[in-house]
Design a protein around this ligand. Structure first.
Ligand code: PAF
Length: 282
């Protein structure tokens, strides 16, 4: 497996693969990889002969008081993991490679509406940072397919919207969330949890799943379900940023007849922000 840091090295390998007519898949990450990322690499492999994994902790998507400095950088361990997962190439650029004019003068791509609520409301500028780096990665790698995790449900909708709206020649694929045995969604941020917080954390998915079951069983008092869930989480010591039942397709408010719903949540536990969701097809 190759590890490259510059656009020149990346271009050399991509050119060789393209000469062979290999399809190329991209799995964008910020590193500190876990089994969830490995499953995205495996999914990518089903769609392409070559799999590129980018590892870049993107400063543009972190707010001023967020965990950019603290975010774990573990390239050596990530490289061992990706070798085992049979990725072909890691692209680990520096900030100047990704933002040649500097962060202040970086071109932004803003997706409207779908970015307004939820993580977009709590993390101003976050999705512009995500779309900005993802479109740069798409331009550099020119992948046939790109794979994103369902855990970041709003993010994958935003990237789908951007790609369709700008006619980007890449298919977006979403990989299922991988969970610990107790249901907690795998996340690089889980390691911020203390032992006590870690043992509480699975409640988030329990509550999401319970709402999923209630919806499947015909409950349609969305606001009541949200309020009950928020109380359960707050009683257990979670700070709730949002807990919401929405249309899976576009995060708009659903009506009673909507047959594809997503239940989305973001909570604070200790200093860690955890997000998760469940999609319900009725
Ligand atoms: O989901 C992530 O890890 C990041 O938001 C992404 C898509 C790699 C962009 O930096």
């Amino acid at each position: 497996m190759l590890v490259v840091h510059t656009k020149k090295e990346l271009d050399e390998h991509l050119a060789e693969w393209r000469r062979n007519d290999d399809h190329i898949a991209l799995v964008p990450t910020m590193g500190n990889l876990h089994a969830g990322h490995v499953s995205l690499v495996q999914l990518a492999r089903e769609h392409a002969e070559r799999v590129v994994v980018s590892i870049f902790v993107n400063p543009a998507q972190f707010g001023e008081n967020e965990d950019f400095d603290q975010y774990p950088r573990t390239l050596e361990r990530d490289t061992r993991r990706l070798k085992k997962a049979a990725a072909d190439l890691i692209f680990a650029p520096d900030v100047a490679t990704m933002y040649p004019f500097g962060l202040q003068d970086a071109t932004t791509v803003s997706v409207p509406r779908i970015t307004e609520n939820f993580c977009g409301a709590s993390r101003p500028g976050h999705f512009d940072g995500v779309t900005g780096v993802v479109i740069r990665l798409f331009a550099m790698v020119q992948p046939d397919v790109a794979v994103f995790g369902q855990k970041d449900y709003q993010q994958q909708l935003v990237i789908r919207h951007m790609s369709l709206d700008l006619n980007l020649p890449v298919s977006i694929i979403t990989g299922s969330t991988v969970r610990e045995d107790d249901g907690l969604a795998m996340s690089s941020r889980n390691q911020y949890l203390s032992d006590a917080e870690r043992s509480k954390a699975p409640l988030l998915y329990e509550v999401l799943s319970a709402v999923g079951t209630d919806l499947q069983n015909g409950r349609r008092d969305f606001e009541g379900l949200e309020a009950e869930s928020i109380s359960k989480l707050m009683d257990a010591g979670f700070g709730v940023d949002y807990f919401s039942i929405r249309r899976a397709q576009n995060l708009e408010l659903p009506d009673r007849d909507c047959d594809e719903l997503v239940v989305l949540a973001a909570v604070d536990l200790g200093g860690a922000r955890l997000i998760d969701n469940t999609v319900i097809t009725i």
